[in-house]
Design a protein around this ligand. Structure first.
Ligand SMILES: [Zn+2]
Ligand SMILES: [Zn+2]
Length: 206
């Protein structure tokens, strides 16, 4: 059996969410305990976590735009997701988790300290969870449509926006826009933002 299994069953998919939640909880606990031992202020711990969260959003944008849409074999793997957006196709969590350990946790632990590594790591993992939930909603949580308008107006604004934003990415023929999933921040910064204000399109029928 290959270690790189791209299409996942329902159970493995649910377990991946649990694994991310467990990793985040563990890192949060370590950050609090290590922060207490080193005398770090709670404000500093929160700032480090927010820094990790912001770093995640840039990692997410960069990986999606330049690796998943630019570099083989990742590009070929990601094309499968674009061809079958309803299937649970994604890089295995052991692989993304190892990248976070090797690329974020270990360098910070070795060159700074455990508290900084755990607090920043908590932010990165929280961002990964935000990405996972948002991508799940975009593909596996259909909009509840109103019988009167048929336009998804019974769904929450966030739910509709997630569908709109990620739909724009999947909808462009060569996927040249809307690379951010959990946030549009870096699309705005790097000029790949295509979404229009939602209010114009979801005005309630009168
Ligand atoms: Zn894509
Ligand atoms: Zn997608």
């Amino acid at each position: 059996m290959s270690l790189i299994t791209l299409e996942h069953g329902r159970t493995a998919y649910a377990l991946d969410f649990l694994a991310i939640a467990a990793a985040g909880t563990g890192l949060g606990a370590i950050a609090i305990v290590a922060g207490g031992e080193t005398g770090a202020s709670p404000g500093w711990t929160v700032a480090l976590a927010l820094g990790g969260l912001l770093a995640w959003t840039l990692i997410e944008y960069t990986l999606h735009r330049f690796v998943l849409h630019g570099l083989q074999p990742f590009r070929r793997w990601h094309t499968l997701h674009h061809q079958r957006p309803g299937a649970r196709i994604y890089a295995p969590t052991w692989l993304s988790g190892s990248l976070v350990v090797v690329g974020v946790l270990l360098p910070l632990w070795l060159y700074v300290d455990l508290h900084v590594a755990a607090a920043v790591g908590f932010g990165v993992v929280a961002g990964n969870m935000a990405y996972s939930v948002t991508h799940h909603v975009a593909h596996h949580s259909p909009l509840r449509t109103s019988a009167a308008t048929g336009d998804g107006s019974k769904a929450s604004i966030w739910h509709r926006r997630v569908h709109e934003w990620h739909g724009l990415h999947h909808g462009t023929s060569r996927a040249t826009a809307q690379f951010g999933v959990s946030t549009r921040l870096w699309d705005c910064v790097f000029g790949t933002e295509r979404a229009r204000p939602l209010r114009r399109r979801y005005r309630p029928a009168s």
